[in-house]
Design a protein around this ligand. Structure first.
Ligand code: DIR
Ligand code: MN
Ligand code: MN
Ligand code: MN
Length: 294
């Protein structure tokens, strides 16, 4: 029952400063203590080195901070690989969502047929040609599926399969992302499907869709939740998932015993209200890792 924590204090994948303090905020909200209480042996690997604030602000084509994000992603990949070799459950804390490039590079190398749940208001399926912002945090899922700038797609050796990914909570897709989802016939539970089916059925169908995989990674962007619950995110979108729906999702995923790694991303304490978003992150992490109400 070993659990490894890694912090990624990165804000280079998007435009709003402060998300680099996300890992501190989540640690301050007591993540390690909660997990120890659940019986895990917790090892905190600290933070990866991020070339934040060096003010070089390099742009390559339509990609902001490409070199710094690439370097950081390689470090994340190597750190997560070490955690897996130590037979630990990797829990990666962010930090902007571009960090997923590194996390998933390690996970897809370790598992032959990894499944991924992308819990996010957004698709993160942009490529340089379709991205309206040039922000790499809008691209990590595409990169791990093998689409995007070579420097990013080369960080991982094995690509994720489109049929092994399920999106939940989607409500703000860019045009290129809609086309991508339709073209690849990806399974996406937008807010509409969550409203109609209810979260229990959404998770049941998600697990059925991923039943053939040999492990499931959860990538949870706190902006999947409504800003009423999680105001401390860089790109809030109204009409999001509730606190209780999200707990239900985590509890059902815990009961499935299929989750092999997770990341909780985009916590920005500068935009938050008294660390509320980090506290929600810790509560959801606890549910995902087996905490129950009774
Ligand atoms: C937007 C924002 N689609 C972009 N993406 C976000 O910049 O590509 N993803 N916020 O979580
Ligand atoms: Mn995201
Ligand atoms: Mn998002
Ligand atoms: Mn958007």
């Amino acid at each position: 029952n070993k659990l490894a924590i890694l912090g990624v204090p990165m804000d280079l994948g998007q435009a709003r400063r402060g998300v680099d303090m996300g890992p501190s905020a989540i640690r301050y909200a007591g993540v390690a203590g909660r997990l120890k209480k659940l019986g895990y042996t917790v090892k905190d690997y600290g933070n990866v080195t991020v070339d934040n604030g060096t003010a070089q602000e390099e742009t390559h084509g339509n990609l902001k901070n490409l070199i710094a994000v690439t370097q950081t992603s390689r470090r994340i990949r190597d750190a997560v690989k070490t955690m897996l070799e130590d037979n630990s459950f990797p829990l990666v804390l962010g930090g902007d969502h571009s960090m997923s490039i590194g996390t998933l590079a390690a996970m897809t190398a370790h598992y032959n047929n990894l499944g991924v749940i992308w819990y996010d208001a957004h698709g993160d399926l942009n490529v340089p040609a379709t991205s309206p912002t040039g922000n790499i945090h809008g691209m990590p899922l595409a990169v791990n599926l093998g689409y995007g700038h070579d420097m990013l797609t080369q960080i991982g050796t094995r690509k994720l399969k489109t049929e092994n990914v399920v999106l939940i909570g989607v409500r703000d897709l860019d045009e290129g992302e809609r086309a991508f989802i339709r073209e690849h016939n990806m399974l996406a539970f937008t807010m509409h499907e969550v409203d109609v089916l209810g979260m229990a059925a959404v998770i049941e169908q998600t697990l059925a869709h991923l039943a053939h995989t040999d492990g499931i990674h959860l990538s949870l962007d706190l902006d999947a939740l409504d800003p009423m619950y999680c105001p401390g995110v860089g790109t809030p979108v109204l009409g999001g998932l509730t606190y209780r729906e999200s707990h239900l999702a985590m509890e059902l995923l815990a009961a499935s015993m299929r989750i092999v790694s997770a990341e909780f991303v985009e916590v920005n304490p500068i935009l938050d209200e008294r660390n509320k978003t980090a506290e929600v992150a810790v509560a959801l992490i606890a549910s995902l890792l087996g905490d129950t109400l009774l």
